[in-house]
Design a protein around this ligand. Structure first.
Ligand SMILES: Nc1nc2c(c(=O)[nH]1)N[C@H]1C(S)=C(S)[C@@H](COP(=O)(O)OP(=O)(O)OC[C@H]3O[C@@H](n4cnc5c(N)ncnc54)[C@H](O)[C@@H]3O)O[C@H]1N2
Ligand code: MOO
Length: 393
């Protein structure tokens, strides 16, 4: 079987999943989810012309005054009577402009003598100065958040201001996690020399922690065909993610166990380093992604495939990770046929790839701030060249 290019593999993984049903949730519960329909403003903001400053509302044409102060307008307690020529109203930030006024004189430039008001400074430079016009931010009926956009704190705040109380989002995505390998033990367990603390489920759980998911933890499974097959047959989830046992060794039993559990394989092996032995398939509506066991390979494939798949199920319009551009601090050799994701650090505004790029080395990964993306057959690059990077810290 030939190696699948990364972009094709991503498209095929996304196509394996069915976006989950929609529920309307209160704004405070919608963080990190994706709007399943456009969020539309139910009101105009500001709903009327408002003062942007503490000072005096007046008619620009009457400047430089003097003015007679005839009342006060505060946020939530506006002055409703019409304001005539030569008159002004004391006003505070966020308060409605009284009818007839069009400009605010800031209080730092005002001098009061009883009800008389004098300009004591340059004054507002133009009609409408220090006034926020009705609808400045948005109008009723405007789309505040597009369908498929991620709900960030700022997007939730604008929805609240738009008079929206609940947003339709996908129900939580159920993600089943299984680590495989006879050598693996729970972290912190007193263990023999041959034992290795298991870290991939933690990596996956935490890489997905900012998304609306429910984890179905299948734990650490041994390298036994019957046990793996049984676990993969019973699991109920939107996505099953396994790690380890994806390669060609005698103890790499994930593929045969998935097949025995009724999973149809869509592809196996990607033109990717690290992460080549990844596999993907489905059982009914459940998407299945088998990540390689090496922790760095699991990390890279989780970012390139698992997070996007979960985002796609959660109705994200744009689920793939975004890359940036950075300047190389050192030359890089020409690349082979696989897209390479080099662990790298940023120093002085330039990126430096780690000397050893072994996919077992978590400390190197932990020190890295980005992955340098080297496309298939990229020519050698020099210090100072720009390169595509994926930020990871
Ligand atoms: N003859 C070949 N051998 C290998 C190939 C190949 O093409 N031909 N591919 C290599 C590549 S690339 C990778 S990546 C690995 C992936 O293999 P597996 O998915 O079968 O992973 P394992 O053998 O189970 O484990 C690899 C390594 O990672 C450790 N591991 C596994 N799971 C965890 C976990 N949950 N937490 C921490 N560490 C874990 C495991 O102990 C091994 O050291 O195959 C190459 N071989
Ligand atoms: O692809 Mo493996 O993930 O290079 O080490």
């Amino acid at each position: 079987m030939s190696l699948l290019p990364v972009a094709q593999a991503q498209a095929r993984v996304l196509a394996l999943g069915t976006p989950t049903p929609v529920e309307a949730v209160p704004l405070a519960d919608a963080l990190g989810r994706y709007a399943a329909a456009p969020v539309v403003a139910a009101r105009t903001q500001p709903a009327s012309d408002l003062s942007a400053m503490d000072g005096y509302a007046l008619r620009f044409a009457d400047l430089p005054g003097p003015f007679a102060v005839i009342g006060e307008s505060a946020a939530g307690a506006s002055f409703a009577a019409p304001v005539g020529a030569g008159q002004a109203v004391r006003i505070f930030t966020g308060a409605a402009m009284p009818p007839g006024t069009d400009t605010v004189m800031v209080q730092e430039e005002a001098r009061r003598d009883g009800a008389a008001l004098f300009l004591d400074g340059e004054g507002p430079g133009h009609r409408g100065r220090n006034v926020r016009r009705r609808g400045l931010d948005f109008a009723e009926g405007d789309v505040l958040v597009d369908a498929g956009e991620r709900l960030t704190p700022a997007r939730l705040a604008v929805a609240a201001t738009g008079g929206v109380a609940r947003i339709p989002v996908a129900r939580r995505v159920r993600v089943a996690l299984a680590a495989t390998g006879d050598e693996l033990v729970d972290p912190g367990t007193a263990a023999s020399d041959g034992a290795l603390p298991e870290s991939n489920r933690l990596l996956l759980r935490t890489l997905l922690a900012d998304m609306a998911i429910e984890i179905v933890d299948l734990g650490i499974l041994p390298d036994r065909l019957d046990v793996l097959t049984d676990a993969f047959t019973r699991v109920e989830a939107d996505v099953l993610v396994t790690t380890g046992g994806a390669s060609v060794g005698d103890h790499d039993l994930v593929r045969p166990a998935l097949a025995a559990a009724g999973v149809t394989l869509d592809f196996w092996r990607i033109a990717l380093r690290p992460g080549k032995p990844m596999l993907a398939g489905r059982r009914g509506a459940m998407a299945v992604v088998g990540l390689p066991g090496n922790p760095v390979s699991a990390f890279v494939t989780a970012i390139l495939f698992v997070r996007p798949l979960v985002a796609h199920l959660a109705h994200a319009a744009d689920p793939l990770p975004r890359t940036d551009t950075a300047i190389l601090g050192e030359p890089l050799p020409a690349n082979g046929e696989r897209t390479d994701y080099l662990r790298a650090e940023t120093r002085g505004g330039r990126v430096f790839a780690s000397t050893i790029q072994d996919s077992s080395m978590l400390r190197t990964l932990a020190r890295s701030t980005c992955l340098i993306v080297r496309p298939p057959h990229a020519p050698a690059a020099s210090a100072g060249d720009s390169a595509e990077i994926l930020r990871i810290a």
